[in-house]
Design a protein around this ligand. Structure first.
Ligand SMILES: NC(=O)c1ccc[n+]([C@@H]2O[C@H](COP(=O)([O-])OP(=O)(O)OC[C@H]3O[C@@H](n4cnc5c(N)ncnc54)[C@H](OP(=O)(O)O)[C@@H]3O)[C@@H](O)[C@H]2O)c1
Length: 278
């Protein structure tokens, strides 16, 4: 798969590894949908892609609001006739131990890092299927912690680290679950840990010394976006470019269906799988 002529949405591409990926995809001839919540930085990425001779559009949305996620999906639907690749990359890191909530009263990292991507993917699925073979890439992490279904919103024992890790594992449960649903429909969905402590804003904010570059992580994401080597793989988790195992909860069907039910409830959508059951 070459990215030339493909329409690719990268969430959180105003900074960090998402920005690196958007620039690279633009340079290779993709039509890039650059997303972020900061218009000035978003337009700067679009302008840089334009200077390289590429084509890009900026789409503004704060993923801490499900209403804004819906508007983002509407804009994508209006501006494209199909989406070849969706990269759910936007995220908030581990810094800070004060619990925060989204516009919809969900714990903030669960909302931004996981639930926004869940809803965006669900809403854009028809556009993605229209371009099959097409791909969904969820940028997760090796930092994972099992979801406590008795307190998903972390009202007790909160820490920024725990919230981050839970949200990153939720992305992987979603990846495995969606891959099962999409079997035979020519749309793959995979998750990855791009690289460890890349030199990005979220790592600097957490006070950790960077150990790798955005290029290291960006190349690993690009492989899942475009490489023929992974074209038939779906529901997998990668550590960089190597296939790996996620936390055991990702392989627990009960946990996956609990998260699935909760997620459909939180976003107010019907689960297409329950509709198929008698
Ligand atoms: N850095 C690492 O070593 C590492 C390791 C493993 C996994 N990851 C994953 O890689 C992904 C990218 O991280 P990064 O290191 O590149 O971080 P980053 O430089 O902090 O970039 C994060 C991106 O997400 C956007 N974002 C955050 N909150 C948002 C919101 N509410 N609405 C819309 N956009 C929002 C940011 O926009 P603003 O600039 O406006 O905040 C930015 O564009 C994340 O999913 C992260 O978990 C990173």
């Amino acid at each position: 798969m070459t990215v030339e002529g493909k329409t690719i949405l990268v969430t959180g591409s105003t900074d960090g590894v998402g920005r690196w990926l958007a620039l690279r995809l633009g340079a290779e001839g993709a039509r890039v949908l650059v997303h972020g919540r900061d218009r000035r930085r978003g337009e700067a990425v679009v302008a840089e892609i334009g200077r390289q001779g590429g084509e890009a559009t900026f789409l503004e949305a704060d993923l801490a609001s499900l209403g804004e996620v819906r508007k983002l999906a509407d804009v994508v639907q209006g501006q494209t006739d199909g989406l070849d690749v969706l990269v759910n990359n936007a995220g908030i890191g581990t810094a800070g131990d004060t619990r925060e909530v989204s516009a919809d009263s969900c714990e903030l990292r669960f909302a931004v890092n996981y639930l926004a991507g869940f809803l965006l993917t669900r809403l854009l699925l028809p556009k993605i299927e229209r371009r099959a073979p097409s791909r969904i890439v969820n940028v997760s992490s090796l930092g994972q912690q099992a979801i406590d279904f008795s307190d998903v919103m972390l009202t007790r024992g909160y820490s920024g680290m725990r919230a981050y890790r839970q949200s990153k594992l939720a992305q992987i449960l979603f990846t495995v679950d969606l891959a099962e649903e999409l079997g035979g429909r020519n749309v793959t969905v995979n998750a990855l840990h791009p690289a460890t402590y890349m030199d990005t804003t979220m790592v600097r904010l957490s006070g950790v010394r960077p150990m790798s570059t955005v290029e290291d992580g960006g190349e690993a994401i690009l492989r899942l976006v475009a490489s023929p080597a992974v074209e038939s793989l779906s529901g997998r988790f990668f550590n960089g470019k190597r296939e790996s195992r996620a936390d055991a909860q990702a392989y627990d069907p009960d946990a996956r269906s609990r998260l699935r039910r909760l997620s459909f409830d939180l976003v107010g959508m019907a689960d297409p799988r329950s509709a198929q059951r008698p």
